[in-house]
Design a binder for this molecule. Structure first.
Ligand code: UP6
Length: 264
């Protein structure tokens, strides 16, 4: 199934998180998420301040930050509220439901400051859905949706094994109140209200030395029909990160809106 227009999807989606994301997309003319894989809070916050206006989401890995603190997450939340982006912790949960709960509340208190987190599907629906639903439906937590990992970008990924992605999609399709999106390489759900976020994007390189596979923006958005581009080192390892960020933003937005403009 192809993509429908943002307007249509905004009307269709029941997820408050997706409503927020789509409104940011339209307001900022951006379908870009920046993956900031820096390891100190100072580096991250400096980048967030500069990048925030151009993106709809900032993705971090809380468990790689060497000086992680509550003051960091408070500052991040403040920046997200002011600059209007979603805070995304790419925790990739994959354990029993009970352990996932402990990880969401543990030392990093992820559910308190992240708008959205990633989860694998490998542990099965009963270890995912009720656990996240409890947090998402509780207003004491900021967490308001999950992204289900349906396909990984890495070479030889086992998500390519027959039926895996299909089963993951089924979990999402049947629980659209909490699963607001996929992490995927190519558009996979019939339901156009679920946003397809895609990592493995780089305009200047094809791979790193540890299994990452990159492709360009047009491939990811026009051919593979994803919605949101997740870019990391293409921006963060560059000498001129904000210049690069603007380049990715423009290319990704043009790719997404091309079809809509052609229809008009
Ligand atoms: N990521 C992938 N591929 C996946 C899922 N997640 O690359 O299938 C994450 C990585 C990293 C970011 O953990 O934070 O997206 C990609 O960054 P890069 O562009 O620098 O490789």
């Amino acid at each position: 199934a192809g993509r429908t227009s943002l307007q249509e999807r905004e009307a269709l989606t029941t997820s408050p998180l997706n409503h927020k994301i789509i409104s940011f997309m339209k307001k900022k003319s951006s379908n870009l998420c920046l993956a900031i894989d820096y390891t100190t809070t100072e580096q991250i916050l400096q980048m967030v301040e500069k990048a925030g206006p151009f993106v709809v989401a900032i993705k971090v890995h809380s468990d790689i930050i060497t000086d992680f603190s509550e003051s960091f997450t408070q500052q991040l939340v403040q920046l997200a509220n002011n600059l209007e982006f979603i805070i995304f912790d790419d925790r990739k949960f994959a354990d029993t439901g009970n352990t996932t709960k402990l990880q969401l509340t543990g030392p990093f208190k992820i559910a308190e400051w992240a708008d959205v987190v990633t989860t694998h599907a490998v542990q099965g629906v009963d270890s995912i859905v009720p656990v996240f639903r409890e947090f998402i439906n509780n207003p004491a937590y900021r967490l308001s949706g999950v992204l289900l990992i349906a396909q990984l970008s890495t070479k030889g990924s086992l998500t390519n094994i027959h039926e895996y992605t299909k089963k993951a999609v089924q979990i999402a399709d049947e629980n659209r109140d909490i699963v607001s999106g996929f992490i995927t390489q190519t558009r996979i759900s019939e339901f156009s209200d679920i946003l397809n976020w895609t990592p493995g994007v780089n305009l200047d390189a094809k791979n790193d030395s540890t299994g990452q596979q990159w492709r360009g923006v047009e491939q990811a958005i026009e051919i593979q029909q994803n919605d949101i581009v997740i870019v990391g080192r293409g921006v963060t390892s560059s000498k001129e990160p904000i210049q690069q960020l603007k380049r990715y933003r423009q290319t990704a937005w043009e790719s997404l809106t091309k079809e809509e403009n052609e229809k008009i």
